[in-house]
Ligand binder design. Structure first.
Ligand code: SAH
Ligand code: MG
Length: 198
């Protein structure tokens, strides 16, 4: 039996250590979708310590599985430890490395794809997400409003590149006619897409 009680400690560890795990309202929104669609296959880009994947795993269909990708080996170790503690090793597979190098090797169809890693690469992640998401499936990208900076006129030089890239990303997603997409001011901003044509 999975011990989901441990999620509280994992969440606290993440927040205390400034690991950018899902914000409460974003999590609630996503879990509501998962409850409706009961996904069989989930793909996540950006595992961190496994918090979001563990939350998602609760709503998989009986034989469902999650593939999640993480570039930092320390975080991979922590994620694997957390997944083991909760007891869902059979449901979550952690793939270690740069998602841009791993994604080309994935060829399964996923019901739900969650993009939550380096903002500068969202365009490239998204191209893989659309390739891998099945018709009727969901793609959600997190942090697309980047602490409000994407919607503001003034941005510090340091963040300007990321902000411009996110604006281009949002534009590109909203224009894609194979998707029905919505930009939502939830948490740090999410863009939710349903693959309507494939
Ligand atoms: N989804 C997690 C939080 C992810 S934080 C949760 O809500 O619990 C973003 C993670 O993406 C970080 O751990 C970071 O190391 C990882 N990351 C950044 N760029 C990446 C890349 N190119 N490939 C894979 N992982 C990446
Ligand atoms: Mg995030």
């Amino acid at each position: 039996m999975a011990n989901y009680e441990l999620l509280k400690d994992i969440e606290k560890y993440g927040r205390d250590n400034k690991i950018p795990i899902l914000l409460d309202d974003t999590l609630e929104y996503i879990l509501n979708i998962l409850k409706q669609i009961k996904p069989k296959r989930i793909l996540e880009i950006g595992t961190a310590i496994g918090f979001s994947a563990l939350c998602f795993s609760k709503y998989l269909s009986d034989d469902g599985r999650i593939d999640t990708i993480e570039i930092e080996s320390l975080r991979v170790e922590q994620a694997l430890e957390n997944i083991k503690k909760v007891g869902v090793e059979d449901k979550i597979r952690v793939l270690e490395g740069d998602a841009l190098e791993i994604l080309p090797y994935l060829h399964e169809e996923y019901d739900f794809v969650f993009i939550d890693a380096s903002k500068g690469k969202y365009n490239e992640f998204f191209a893989h997400a659309t390739r891998l998401c099945k018709k009727g499936g969901y793609i959600i990208a997190d942090n697309v409003l980047y602490k409000g900076m994407v919607m503001s006129d003034y941005n510090k030089h340091k963040q300007r590149t990321a902000v411009n890239k996110l604006r281009e990303f949002i534009d590109m997603v909203l224009k894609n006619e194979n998707l029905k997409s919505e930009l939502l001011d939830i948490g740090d901003g999410i863009i939710v897409s349903i693959m309507i044509n494939k």
